[in-house]
Design a protein around this ligand. Structure first.
Ligand SMILES: O=C(O)CCC(=O)C(=O)O
Length: 398
């Protein structure tokens, strides 16, 4: 796990004070974003998923074709949902209940576990807040390793149940993340022999030392969801992210080739899998990290639990040799997770561009490059296009 340093992007800190959302009957100006594009308004009608013509693929991990289906989903979307993944519904219910009880505490109590100025863990606003001029309609709680210290502050007499559930969740998520990594790598024709970037000298499990950060996100009901943003658009600085969402919709992914936002409807017992920037790098751009955001709801509270999974922090991540050759040179220079997080903490969504190798033939080689209305769009998003007027998604036009 990367050190709890200032450059860790899961830690952009309470630059703005935390709020008691329930007390706000109107959306304050500081929370007013330009009207959102995409299906956010449909949330009020709760019919958004039916109105989508395209939807994020759902893969049953018991399906004998799961690996192939995952490969197709990664290539086309950078995101998919899984069912029959081996994590019990009762554990998902328990982690959700943990999150709900945490965020239901009085603000003064939550502030006892606030993220410190140079820390990563604890309670606070969205970790990417500092990159945006407007505030986000959400609060979060970040856990790296044991939550004991903060749990004791939140529930001085009753913290052990929370800690036990978190530990169980971490173990289950780690097992699932590793399984998914092999399925994703397998879909690229990569086997254990090829994963030298993470292989230990003893040939032990290359994901030994890999770990995850748990991010609990709470999105209170909001007086004006059409002008509020729960969590602004970003990609994750992970290999992959496993997301559990409560039964209220809110997660949207950006479909690069259509240029539009698509809602990812919650599936009871299902989990959302996002491709992160590090997998984008090791796949040599074949599987792109997905831009996603969370919108909010007028009447319903929403909760999500992200498991942000990455490699051992000092291992060198680079395009796998098997996925690079003379015709498809490596798109990115080697980088450790720690270094990547440091750059992301300063440059946010320019990070992939900043570690991209300057190779003339690379523009034609990036699989994410697609022809949209005659314009070729590349994954490194080196010019800005407006996705909504507050958030710039970077996209490259050749
Ligand atoms: O709440 C969600 O659906 C998205 C959460 C997320 O993107 C994150 O925690 O990084």
């Amino acid at each position: 796990m990367p050190s709890r340093c200032k450059s860790h992007p899961v830690h952009h800190l309470p630059n703005k004070p935390c709020l008691d959302f329930k007390s706000l009957k109107e959306l304050p100006d500081s929370f007013k974003w330009a009207p959102l594009d995409g299906p956010s308004r449909a949330l009020e009608l709760e019919s958004e998923s039916e109105s989508e013509s395209e939807s994020v693929p759902v893969v049953d991990l018991n399906d004998p074709n799961a690996q192939k289906l995952i490969g197709l989903a990664c290539k086309a979307w950078g995101v998919f949902q899984v069912i029959n993944h081996g994590v019990s519904k009762s554990l998902l219910d328990k982690i959700e209940a943990c999150g709900k009880s945490l965020f239901a505490l009085p603000v003064q109590q939550k502030l006892k576990a606030v993220r410190s100025a140079d820390g990563v863990t604890g309670y606070g606003p969205a970790r990417i807040s500092s990159f945006f001029p407007k505030r986000m309609w959400s609060e979060g709680f970040t856990i790296v390793g044991s939550p004991l210290e903060h749990a004791r502050q939140l529930w001085p007499n009753d913290y052990s149940k929370f800690c036990a559930i978190i530990e169980e969740y971490q173990n289950e998520m780690n097992t699932l993340a590793e399984k998914l990594m092999w399925l994703i790598l397998g879909s690229l024709g990569i086997s254990t022999r090829d994963v030298k970037w993470a292989a230990s000298p003893t040939g032990a499990n290359p994901f030994k030392g890999a770990s995850g950060v748990i991010q609990l996100n709470s999105y209170p009901a909001c007086p004006d969801p059409s002008r509020a943003m729960g969590l602004a658009a970003h990609t994750d600085s992970t290999l992959l992210t496993i997301l559990h969402q409560s039964s209220t919709s809110g997660l949207q992914v950006f479909q690069e080739w259509a240029g539009s936002w698509v809602m990812v409807p919650p599936i009871s017992g299902g989990l959302v899998i996002n491709i992160g920037d590090l997998l984008h790098i090791i796949s040599n751009g074949l599987y792109s990290s997905v831009y996603h955001r969370a919108v909010v709801n007028k009447t319903r509270h929403r909760l999500s639990v992200a498991y942000l999974y990455g490699p051992e922090p000092n291992v060198r991540i680079q395009p796998l040799p098997k996925l690079s050759d003379a015709n498809r040179p490596p798109l990115y220079r080697p980088v450790t997770w720690s270094e990547y997080l440091g750059i992301k903490g300063k440059h946010f969504d320019k990070t992939l561009s900043l570690i991209r190798l300057n190779n003339d033939s690379n523009e034609d080689n990036d699989n994410n490059s697609t022809l949209i209305n005659g314009l070729k769009r590349g994954v490194d998003r080196t010019k800005s296009i407006k996705v909504d007027s507050n958030t710039k998604i970077l996209a490259a036009f050749a």
